[in-house]
Design a protein around this ligand. Sequence first.
Ligand SMILES: NC(=O)c1ccc[n+]([C@@H]2O[C@H](COP(=O)([O-])OP(=O)(O)OC[C@H]3O[C@@H](n4cnc5c(N)ncnc54)[C@H](OP(=O)(O)O)[C@@H]3O)[C@@H](O)[C@H]2O)c1
Length: 271
Amino acid sequence: MERRGLGSKAGIEVPVVGVGTWQTLERAASRGRGVVRDLVGEAISLGANLFDSSPMYGRAERLLGEALEGRREQALVATKIWTPSAEEGRRQAERALSWLGGHVDLYQVHNLVAWRRHLDLLEELQAAGRVGAIGLTHYSPSAFGELSEAMRDGRVQAVQVPYNPVEREVEREILPLAAELGLGVVVMRPFAEGRLLRRQPDPGQLAPLRRYGVTTWPQALLAWILSDPRCHVVIPATSRIERVRENAAGGEGPWLDDDARKLVADLATSR
Ligand SMILES: NC(=O)c1ccc[n+]([C@@H]2O[C@H](COP(=O)([O-])OP(=O)(O)OC[C@H]3O[C@@H](n4cnc5c(N)ncnc54)[C@H](OP(=O)(O)O)[C@@H]3O)[C@@H](O)[C@H]2O)c1
């Protein structure tokens, strides 16, 4: 698993492939006791040891905390504050910190909700050593104007945005700005919430990608993202342990050149 600095200001080195937790940890938990623990353990053993969560994802933060019991130091945890209220923001942070071993490596403001207010709290927690880096997330291009304003504010070290061959709006302003400011970039929705995987290219169409270590369509999409060095970690979410393995294997490189990248984009947009 390749590792990259999460930009130049966060002071964290991250695996290029981590694990998202929206809907998937709860789905894994519904399959039986120990499934989440096995899934999280497999990701750690493969080096895909960054996990992204949020209080918006139901029981995910708590399930992640339970799955990390006894091995918290082997993982990097990113989570979020998601509320308009400063008081509730503080409660969310105290709850998450208690589940996640007292430390969050990357604490983000979810969807920019009340971001100025929550940055005060996150800076306080950072000064106390309970939070590593501070970040902002948004999923919608309609918010990228406000996101770029917040990035220039100088208080955050990372952003989390969607990027895949059918959602490329970040190429216009967010990725160049993040690179200029030295901010880390966490990529959400690599498979467009799974939509890009519903109809997959034939194995023969992927043959030119074999020399990049790509053998499956999900790996092609991850490689497409990670071939842009402005992206530091991509966080595909899955409830299936075999897909954790498949996705983690997409983090080894070598990375795609322009022609290979164009092939993946063409295959994705012709579906
Ligand atoms: N969606 C958003 O707006 C949003 C917003 C903020 C943050 N995030 C963060 O970004 C993470 C990733 O985004 P996402 O969860 O929206 O979407 P995603 O990672 O693009 O796609 C997830 C879906 O792909 C399937 N999948 C994963 N790996 C697969 C594989 N190798 N083969 C086949 N299917 C596979 C999963 O189903 P199975 O469980 O069946 O494998 C899941 O339904 C989130 O979990 C969250 O941590 C997302």
